[in-house]
Each structure stands twice: as structure tokens, then as C-alpha cells.
Write a protein that binds this ligand. Structure first.
Ligand code: AMP
Ligand code: MG
Length: 415
């Protein structure tokens, strides 16, 4: 049995970087940059007005009130041919180039427009006021995005801004998903006696997709060697094979045996983790990563979260492959006995004092209904059996941390 941190290190060390491909920038949402991106322009490309107002010479309004003669208008997208001379001003719009001669902009709201094409300026305007000087955000050649970052909407905006229309990104990992178990029926069926619906096949596919992978669902194998061998053989042709079930101590837990038959090198087969102790991790003969995830739905989800997500991030070329733990204050005690590190479902809310963490009432590693109410995993460390209310707890935010924000105000997620 090895620790969570050791397991994570082994997984990451064995996750290969995938090739790089070039794609249109519009297709890069969620993809991982494989190159530094430099600006091909100064940003802004010209001295730019930040407001609607009047371009003027700051020296002309050192004494106020001052009256200035209007000599022109500049809209966004125009290139003014005229100059602003002594005693003169020009009306400018937000985003317009500052006409030559002017060194500051006074906001339109603070100026009185007189009937004879003059303005009255009532207060001093400092040199450079409301002017975004050329290159203040970035200069030509300066790196604006770094390799190893996952692109979001703002990243796409930067790519557009610097004209980077073809972008080198890490290839998306190809992930195969299969569930194992004699008891499993399809979600569309009503389970007969002793049977249950397969949920892991679908949650794993969804987790892998949201982690950036492209997913092939291989279906369900029953608990015999040949049936499992059939999905393993197909699965090993992918970058990653995820199997659920069949990795604990039962008579019909055959996944590890079958993996050995296919010359998968098993690197992990027990982790000091709760839930998720029987996790199997290995590397196939052609380099595929294989995860045998324990079948209890919460164990499946947690082990994906802790290990598979990081492996996928590394393969795609992410610089940072694990989520940072957040620190929150427990609103109620949290316990998990024994020496294994526990990751329990929790509900994070933002309070004026910082993050608060409320344990979600759960019946354990099969209780996917309780788990679905969590937006974070709360950690009970190896050396603790119980954390008291009011004490700090490490929290691993889940994907839904942001899309359950409509419920942030609720201390009790069950409500
Ligand atoms: P196993 O890891 O195969 O021993 O399964 C542990 C528990 O998880 C058992 O109660 C199984 O019925 C349940 N389980 C296994 N696979 C799935 C699945 N795909 N969907 C939902 N529950 C599952
Ligand atoms: Mg099973």
C-alpha cells in the first residue's frame, strides 16, 4: 500500500506527453498551448483614448477655466490627419487614436460645449490622462500567453488580439472507457433481482471529456476473463484505458489478472486512500496508461479526480497538473477513522470570513446521490481520525465548484 502522493507521482511520471498539433484558434477552448505566443503588435497599437472626451494639450489647461477651439473629431477606427495646436482641442471617442499634438483627454462629462465651436475646461488635466499609450499592455514580440496553459475564453481573446490564428496545442488524449460487472444493466433498463444500473461508464466518460479528452465508450464486460479481455484488447489501442470494477478482493475481481495477460506492467495496486484503496494503475506494452478504478461509484469518481485527471493534463502538456488545495473552515466535524487519507464529499461556500466547508451527509462510497451534492472533496489527513468544527480543512474543488454557484448561499447543500 502506497500513499496518495506517491501514487500521484508514479502516475504523472508514467504519463507521456502527446504530440503537438496545429489548429484554428477558434477551436482551442480548453486545449493546452504548446508554444509561447508573442504579440505581433504593440498593444494598444497607437496612443488610444480610453474615454469619450476632448483631446487637448495639458499645458493649455494649467490655468482654468480655459477655453479651447475645436479643430476636429476622431472616431474609433479613424486616423486623424490634423494636429491639435496651442489653444485647440479635438473631440475623440473611446478607442480613437489621440491626434498629434494632444497629450491628454478630458472626459466629455466634465467639459462645457459652447455654441461657437469652443469648449470650456474647468479643471486641470494631467499629461497622459485618459490616454493608453502605445505598447502599455504589451510590446511587439513580448510573450502574452505561455506554453502549458489551458486556454479559456480570455485566452482566445488574446489569440485573436495578436492575430494568432493557427495555434500549436497538445493533442487531446484518446480515452477508452469500459465498465465491468455481472450485475450491470443499461440505464434504459429496469434492473432485475440483484442487479443495478451501470452509472460509472457514463460518469467516467463525462469526467474524461470535461478533463479535455476525446472518449470512446467500449461498453460493459461481464466478470469473466474473456469478456474483460475483449474490452482490454480494444482499450489498449488508446492513450488511456479506464476500467471500473473488478479490482478488489472478490472471487470475480479479475481485472488485474487480465491486464497481466496483456503484459500490462502493474505499478500500483493498493493506495492508502479512502475511498479508492484497490486502485490499479499500469502501463500497457504499447504505452497506454491503464487505470482499474474501484467500482463503487464514489470511489470511481474520486480516483479519477485524484489520479486520472492529472495524467490527462500531463499528456496534453499542462504545466500544472494537479488542482491546488483550498483551505476552508469546517462548519461541522468531519471524521474518517484509520490510517488512510480520506477524501469526503463537501460543500464549499464563500463567507465574509473566507471559505466555509460543510460535510455532505453520506452513506459511503456507494452513495452517489450524496456525492452529487458536493462541490469539493474534503481531506481528513492520515494522522487524523476527526477534524473539529472551526478547524481548517484542505479542500479539492470539483468541476462543478463554479457551475453550482447558484447554490453558494446555502450552507446545507441538501436544501
Ligand atoms: P467492484 O469494484 O466490482 O467490486 O464493485 C464495487 C461496487 O460497485 C459493487 O457494489 C458494484 O455493484 C458497484 N459497481 C460496480 N460497477 C459499477 C458501475 N459501472 N456502475 C454502478 N455501480 C457499480
Ligand atoms: Mg464487480
Amino acid at each position: 500500500v502506497i500513499s496518495v502522493d506517491e501514487t500521484l507521482a508514479i502516475v504523472i511520471e508514467n504519463a507521456p506527453r502527446l504530440e503537438i498539433e496545429e489548429v484554428d484558434f477558434e477551436q482551442t477552448l480548453g486545449r493546452v498551448l504548446a508554444e509561447d505566443v508573442a504579440s505581433d503588435l504593440d498593444l494598444p497599437p497607437f496612443d488610444r483614448s480610453s474615454v469619450d472626451g476632448f483631446a487637448l494639450r495639458s499645458r493649455d489647461v494649467e490655468r482654468v477655466p480655459a477655453w479651447l477651439r475645436l479643430v476636429g473629431t476622431v472616431g474609433a477606427g479613424e486616423a486623424p490627419a490634423f494636429e491639435v495646436g496651442e489653444g485647440e482641442a479635438a473631440q475623440v471617442m473611446t478607442g480613437a487614436p489621440v491626434p498629434r499634438g494632444a497629450d491628454a483627454i478630458e472626459m466629455v462629462e466634465r467639459v462645457t460645449l459652447l455654441p461657437d465651436f469652443r469648449i470650456e475646461v474647468k479643471e486641470n488635466v494631467a499629461r497622459g490622462q485618459n490616454v493608453a499609450p502605445r505598447g502599455q499592455e504589451a510590446t511587439t514580440g513580448q510573450a502574452v500567453l505561455r506554453a502549458g496553459t489551458r486556454l479559456d475564453a480570455a485566452g482566445l481573446a488574446v489569440l485573436a488580439t495578436v492575430g494568432k490564428v493557427r495555434v500549436r496545442v497538445g493533442r487531446q488524449p484518446k480515452v477508452a472507457v469500459a465498465a465491468t460487472g455481472n450485475e450491470l444493466v443499461a440505464p434504459s433498463e429496469k434492473p432485475g433481482p440483484g442487479r443495478i444500473r451501470n452509472s460509472n461508464g457514463f460518469s467516467l466518460a463525462a469526467q474524461a471529456r470535461s478533463a479535455g479528452a476525446s472518449v470512446t465508450y467500449l461498453g460493459v464486460a461481464v466478470d469473466d476473463q474473456d469478456s474483460i479481455a475483449e474490452v482490454v484488447q480494444r482499450g489498449l489501442r488508446h492513450d488511456v484505458l479506464l476500467l471500473s470494477g473488478g479490482v478488489s478482493m472478490g472471487l470475480l475481481d479479475l481485472v488485474e489478472d487480465v491486464l497481466l495477460r496483456f503484459d500490462v506492467k502493474i505499478l500500483v495496486n493498493a493506495v492508502a486512500l479512502k475511498p479508492g484503496k484497490p486502485l490499479v494503475f499500469g502501463v500497457g506494452p504499447a504505452g497506454a496508461l491503464v487505470f482499474g478504478l474501484p467500482g463503487n461509484p464514489v470511489s470511481t469518481a474520486v480516483t479519477f479526480e485524484l489520479f486520472v485527471r492529472s495524467a490527462l493534463a500531463r499528456m496534453e502538456g499542462c504545466e500544472r497538473v494537479t488542482r491546488p488545495y483550498l483551505t476552508a473552515t469546517l462548519t461541522a466535524p468531519l471524521s474518517s477513522k484509520g490510517p488512510r487519507r480520506a477524501y469526503l464529499p463537501g460543500w464549499l461556500t464563500a463567507s465574509p470570513q473566507g471559505l466555509a466547508a460543510t460535510p455532505v451527509a453520506t452513506r459511503g462510497s456507494a452513495d452517489i446521490v450524496a456525492f452529487s451534492k458536493a462541490n469539493a472533496l474534503l481531506v481528513v489527513p492520515e494522522e487524523h481520525d476527526r477534524l473539529e468544527a472551526g478547524s481548517p480543512v484542505a479542500a479539492w474543488p470539483l468541476d462543478n465548484f463554479f457551475f453550482k454557484e447558484d447554490r453558494w448561499a446555502l450552507a446545507d447543500p441538501v436544501g
